[in-house]
Design a protein around this ligand. Structure first.
Ligand SMILES: Nc1nc2c(ncn2[C@@H]2O[C@H](COP(=O)(O)OP(=O)(O)OP(=O)(O)O)[C@@H](O)[C@H]2O)c(=O)[nH]1
Ligand SMILES: [Mg+2]
Length: 337
């Protein structure tokens, strides 16, 4: 695959800071025979936190910063002075970032444990909490122990490996074989400028565009690489890109008008989606027959009797601008349901 700037999957190693130790200090002053305990508390260790930032669209900034280590809290000292808290490490991530932690199971396998996801600007997700600082010795002074030599140690930090993955947040995802005209549609309904060409797998990474409907309404469309029969077994580019449409509300299937068997093509696409994740079939679907400028009216009429029954169908041509507004309206209406 061509090298790509669209980094939607990174593994990072992170460590939060230890808490600083509490101090076991005793006050010493001139003319004061027995100074009391005055050891201050330790500072908090730095946490590792993801923070949603709508200025970011990829995870590429983490590709070369896989190690994220926070500092330890400072130790407490005399005169009840607390050690400084270490700074948290705040990692900006695009909206739609999902974090999972690599954990080892009892039988030595590694598993991914869901930590959470960041979907809003400014939203924070703590990956690893910094250790609490220990309490200084003056906290432990009691009636029977006026001079505790004990102070609490700082709490340990934590470390681990995490997989961060970006799931594109779009309203409608385009599903079709290579060359179906997906990118061309995106290019005519939005300002996006995806690469378009008359060969399979022109699109190697998802493209997003904002589609204006009317009355100032808009929705986000995601153009993803084409799917072929057997994609779930790794054929073509496989199905890894399907994760980008897992959270789309609507799937727009696209089959070109020169297909030999529209019903069959639609079933194959549906089958690949089912193999990947059957829940994808719970989503609302629309079917666009693309490139209708290549056919005359008569053929289109004939085709109408050969369509799959369970899906609303629109005949479009991105090149000729045929029924594009109608398609946008149908998508918008479906999004309102
Ligand atoms: N005649 C005609 N050709 C079209 C139309 N839409 C797309 N095409 C052509 O079909 C070819 C494939 O278009 P793309 O938009 O790149 O197709 P795609 O589905 O994005 O393909 P992949 O990225 O490879 O999956 C290009 O040569 C387009 O010019 C249309 O409405 N009419
Ligand atoms: Mg394309």
């Amino acid at each position: 695959m061509a090298s790509s700037n669209f980094v939607d999957y990174v593994k990072i190693f992170a460590r939060s800071g230890h808490g600083g130790a509490g101090s076991a200090h005793f006050r010493r002053e001139k003319f004061v025979a027995f100074g009391g305990p005055d050891g201050g508390d330790g500072g908090k260790g730095g946490s590792i936190i993801l923070k949603g930032d709508s200025q970011y669209w990829t995870l590429i900034h983490l590709k070369y910063q896989r190690h994220q280590f926070a500092e330890d809290g400072q130790c407490g000292s005399g005169a009840r002075s607390s050690g400084k808290d270490a700074k948290d490490i705040i990692i900006p991530v695009p909206l739609g970032t999902v974090a999972r932690r690599l954990v080892e199971t009892e039988d030595g396998e590694t598993e991914l444990e869901y930590v959470g996801e960041v979907t809003e600007n400014g939203e924070e997700l703590v990956l690893l909490k910094g250790g609490r600082g220990g309490l200084g010795n003056w906290h432990f002074k009691t009636a029977t122990n006026q001079a505790p030599r004990y102070a609490q140690p700082g709490e340990e930090g934590d470390e681990g490996a995490f997989i961060l993955e970006l799931k594109v947040l779009a309203d409608v995802g385009l599903v079709g074989f290579p060359n179906a005209g997906k990118s061309t549609l995106l290019s005519v309904v939005s300002a996006a400028k995806p690469k378009i060409a008359n060969y399979a797998f022109t699109t190697l990474e998802p493209n997003l565009g904002i589609v204006e409907v009317r009355d100032g309404h808009s929705f986000v469309m995601a153009d993803i690489p084409g799917i072929i029969e057997g994609a779930h077994e790794g054929k073509g580019l496989g199905t890894r890109f399907l994760r980008h449409i897992e959270r789309n509300s609507i799937l727009l299937f696209m089959v070109p008008a020169d297909s030999d068997d529209i019903k069959h093509d639609y079933q194959v696409l549906l089958g690949e989606l089912t193999q990947y994740n059957p829940e994808l079939l719970d989503k609302e679907r629309l079917l666009a027959i693309t490139k209708c400028d290549m056919l005359d009216e008569e053929l289109i009429e004939q085709m109408k009797s050969e369509l799959p029954e369970d899906i609303e169908t629109v005949f479009i041509s991105s090149v000729a601008g045929l029924n594009i507004q109608q398609l946008k309206d149908k998508i918008w209406a479906a999004l309102q349901r």
